[in-house]
Design a protein around this ligand. Structure first.
Ligand code: NAD
Length: 472
């Protein structure tokens, strides 16, 4: 069994002050795969001090060099795709092909897009007599979840380093090994001393210490809305910049002008996105919103589509025992609230090995039911109906979240019109589009700020005005 005794303080593998040992479990089997020593608050002090020295006192790290180093990092990750994919699968359970193509592939395409954007960015703008200068915001704490462990880390680390900000990365408790592989690759690519630290540790210890630390200028967090609220409250004491990429309960709205084939294709696409990564995708469409008079058609198509996702084959497990318990509690709540069971077993037995769960679809879900409101983060979908277009928009907007949505319709312009009325950071019209140049993030309680492309870079920049003396 692999044992990780060291943490990465500013690019140096260091024995941590923390002593807690955590056993990592492969969610596909339930077997222990590795042991990791957690960092503590004193390790946070050391990592932040290294970052501060690099930022405040170190030699300048010019944009051209940052871009070159990030390019070498992307190449190193691409060369080690197998190693990254195997580690991600062992930590969070993604099936092999998905780990390679999506977990590693998407991370690389995000990083390469960031590099292109940074290389072309205008960091100064003349405004009348003045100059508006974009400068790095300072030392960044990046706190990330386990569902896309490499991608979520690189979305922050890539943009922050490109902007000129040193980063202290705290990965999720379940996926530190992927983050340590990233640290190794970053050291090999030539990230200078102090510019990247990686600390395995608990959210309530290392994450909370980073959010509170006076030496941290910004916290960039991806994770649950509950943790995001706490981080924002903690960070407020030192008036840090806070970027929050939080939860979702995203709708896919099927408009009434779709013909039977279009309707079935849209419903299948919605189920596929809902099941992506075993439903452990923040932006997944987990509510399918259909016209009242097409409900029976929707049930038929969704049943067929959901049945094609087979646990252990094309559907990975839930990440942990805790997550299995959480998701099955949502299933019980849905039944208790009166949702119809359209597909699957809402009271599944605990699997003998691992944390697999077959898809479950609920029908006749109202916005008042918990399954119509709460993020599940598992292979669980809710079918909702609407009377007319206004009602479709109202149902789509009926949660505290606003991360992602889909609209499908025969008349594309009309569908775009509906997309404009949905309160969401992203709305996909007539199919999924993963343009890495476009901004991504949430409105309402799905978060604050944007990642990817120009917006992802600007999140880590501060604007300074350089004012000449007033004329006359
Ligand atoms: P989580 O909030 O439990 O943990 C995320 C990270 O925050 C982990 O590193 C954790 O250790 C840390 N953390 C937890 N509590 C903390 C605290 N009080 N202070 C500081 N750090 C703390 O979330 P998770 O279970 O790892 O991930 C699933 C959640 O993430 C879902 O809600 C999902 O929607 C969300 N998510 C959002 C996006 C997005 O881009 N909007 C992307 C992926 C996941």
């Amino acid at each position: 069994m692999e044992s990780r005794e060291l943490i990465d303080i500013g690019g140096r593998w260091t024995a941590p002050h923390g002593t807690e040992r955590i056993t990592l479990v492969d969610p596909r089997t339930g077997d222990a795969v590795a042991e990791v020593v957690h960092a503590d608050e004193q390790d946070v002090d050391a990592a932040v001090a290294a970052a501060r020295r690099a930022f405040d006192e170190g030699p300048a790290w010019p944009l051209a060099e940052r871009v070159a180093v990030l390019g070498r990092l992307a190449d190193a990750i691409a060369q080690q795709t197998d190693r990254f994919a195997e580690t991600i699968s062992a930590e969070m359970g993604a099936p092999d092909a998905f780990a390679r193509q999506v977990q590693v592939g998407m991370a690389l395409s995000t990083l390469r897009t960031t590099i292109e954007v940074a290389a072309a960015h205008e960091f100064e703008e003349q405004v009348g007599d003045s100059i508006a200068v974009s400068e790095p915001v300072g030392v960044v704490a990046a706190i990330t979840p386990w569902n896309y462990p490499l991608h979520q880390a690189l979305a922050k680390v890539g943009s922050a380093l490109a902007a000129g900000c040193p980063v202290v990365l705290k990965p999720a408790e379940t996926t530190p090994l992927t983050a340590y592989l990233l640290a190794e690759a970053a050291i090999g690519a030539g990230v200078p001393e102090g510019w990247l630290s990686v600390l395995a540790g608990r959210g309530g210890v290392v994450g909370a210490a980073l959010a509170a630390h006076p030496g941290v200028d910004m916290v960039s967090f991806t994770g649950s809305t509950a943790a995001g609220r706490q981080i924002a409250a903690t960070a407020a004491a030192t008036v840090k910049r806070v970027a929050l990429e939080l939860g979702g309960k995203s709708p896919s709205v099927l408009l009434d002008d779709l013909d039977d084939d279009g309707f079935a294709a849209a419903a299948r696409a919605s189920v596929a996105f809902g099941m992506l990564n075993a439903g452990q995708t923040c932006a997944a469409w987990t509510r399918l919103v259909v016209p009242e008079d097409r409900y029976d058609d929707a049930v038929r198509v969704v049943r067929e589509a959901a049945a094609t996702f087979v646990p252990g084959e094309n559907l990975g497990p839930l990440v942990s025992e805790v997550q299995w318990e959480r998701v099955t509690a949502h299933l019980r709540n849905a039944v208790a609230d009166g949702a119809e069971v359209v597909h699957g077993d809402p009271a599944p037995p605990r699997p003998e090995r691992g944390f697999h769960l077959a898809p479950v679809v609920f029908g006749r879900v109202t916005p008042q039911m918990r399954i119509g409101q709460e993020e599940v983060f598992g292979p669980v979908l809710a079918l909702q109906t609407y009377r007319d277009e206004d009602d479709a928009v109202a149902v789509a907007n009926s949660t505290i979240y606003g991360l992602s949505a889909g609209v499908f319709g025969a008349d594309h312009e009309r569908a775009v019109g509906v997309a404009r009325r949905i309160r969401s950071g992203t709305v996909h019209v007539n199919g999924l589009n993963s343009n890495r140049l476009a901004p991504f993030g949430g409105v309402k309680q799905s978060g604050v700020g944007r990642e990817y492309g120009r917006w992802g870079l600007e999140e880590f920049l501060e604007t300074k005005s350089i004012q000449p003396p007033a004329r006359g």
